[in-house]
Design a protein around this ligand. Structure first.
Ligand SMILES: [Fe+2]
Length: 333
């Protein structure tokens, strides 16, 4: 189970619980029904449909907690569920190639996709990781300083794909392997806990459309939306806003926006928690209200490095229909 290390004495950690043995076994049995042979392709609409149906066969407690989180993601905007099956004995070496994704059905990919279907529908972007629904988050040789999932230097706070007209509502990570030294930490900061650290002036600045967020490096140079429109970092309810930002690629366009963004970063640092994930830990992040990042770690590229798999989720697939050819799960624009 993830160990939660508070970065601040003010805040309680992410919500979380551990599957018992019976729940783990039930999850594994259900996941294996989706891994019946070489023709089980994660990205096929038929396989996703099977995963959607299989969600109903997962243990009641898991389904209930996920659905409660969907209604309200709580103070930290994050839910950690430990003890999920990741098929340790059959796990291949951690991939070390750029752009690595999971196309073949596996137990971990099935777990991720079933939970995605419990929250909404899985989603991917054609310009990122070749549009795969289940993506590897692994360190890649030569990309240590890359500011994205292939790096191993600290990764600054961000919501996923805030530049896009349709960012994911949730991001799910499943830990297959921890890093050798157990140094890597997923940092999370929820707006419900960060907001009290912001002054009225800073909040006003963050609600003004005086920022531009461009695609992250993982989208590559040919990504659309590189000339992103002006947006606010915070939107919606003053007391419980939504966030769109990435410290690396959000540019303030006015002096007050610059001050607001700096203070937003401080508020996130003051309210952040660091999750040290162990194999079988599933982390669901409400991407609308929570930023995340990562501490540094030391990859060895020996096949046993840190390995997470990631899936994006939308609560309302219909909303992005004009960006998805053939009503699939991949956004092309
Ligand atoms: Fe991220």
């Amino acid at each position: 189970m993830a160990e939660t290390t508070p970065d601040s004495t003010h805040i309680t950690g992410a919500a979380g619980w551990e599957c018992d043995t019976a729940d783990t076994d039930a999850c594994e049995r259900t996941a294996r029904t989706l891994c019946t042979g070489g023709n089980d392709q994660v990205d096929s609409p038929e396989w996703v449909a099977r995963a959607r149906d299989a969600w109903e066969d997962l243990p009641l407690r898991l389904r209930r907690e996920v659905r409660r989180f969907r209604r309200h993601s709580g103070p930290s905007g994050t839910l950690v569920i430990g003890g999920l099956p990741v098929d340790q004995a059959a796990l291949p070496p951690t991939p070390a190639l750029p752009g690595s994704v999971q196309r073949q059905a596996t137990v971990p990919a099935a777990v991720l996709t079933m939970v995605a279907c419990g929250l909404g529908e899985p989603l991917a972007y054609r310009a990122e990781k070749s549009g795969a629904l289940v993506q590897d988050v692994v360190p890649v040789p030569g990309q240590e300083t890359f500011h994205g999932n292939a790096g191993s230097v600290p990764l600054s706070f961000h919501t996923e794909n805030g530049f896009h007209p349709h960012p994911p509502d949730y991001v799910i990570f499943l830990c297959l392997r921890a890093d050798h030294e157990r140094r890597a930490g997923m940092r999370i900061a929820g707006i419900r806990q960060a907001l009290p650290h912001l002054s009225p002036d800073d909040r006003q600045a963050l609600f003004a459309p005086e920022f531009r967020t461009t695609p992250p490096p993982s989208f590559g140079p040919t990504s659309p939306h590189s000339d992103a429109e002006r947006r606010a970092v915070l939107s919606g309810a003053a007391e419980d806003p939504d966030i769109r930002m990435a410290q690396l690629v959000t540019t303030p366009l006015t002096p007050r926006a610059a001050t607001g963004l700096t203070e937003f970063g401080r508020a996130c640092d003051a309210s952040a928690h660091t999750l040290c994930l162990t194999p079988g830990d599933l982390v669901i992040i409400d991407n609308r209200v929570t930023v995340h990042g990562r501490t540094a770690f030391n990859p060895r590229y020996d096949g046993a490095d840190r390995w997470l798999q990631r899936t994006y989720v939308t609560a309302d697939l219909r909303r992005s229909r004009d960006h998805r050819p053939d009503d699939g799960h991949i956004l092309t624009g």
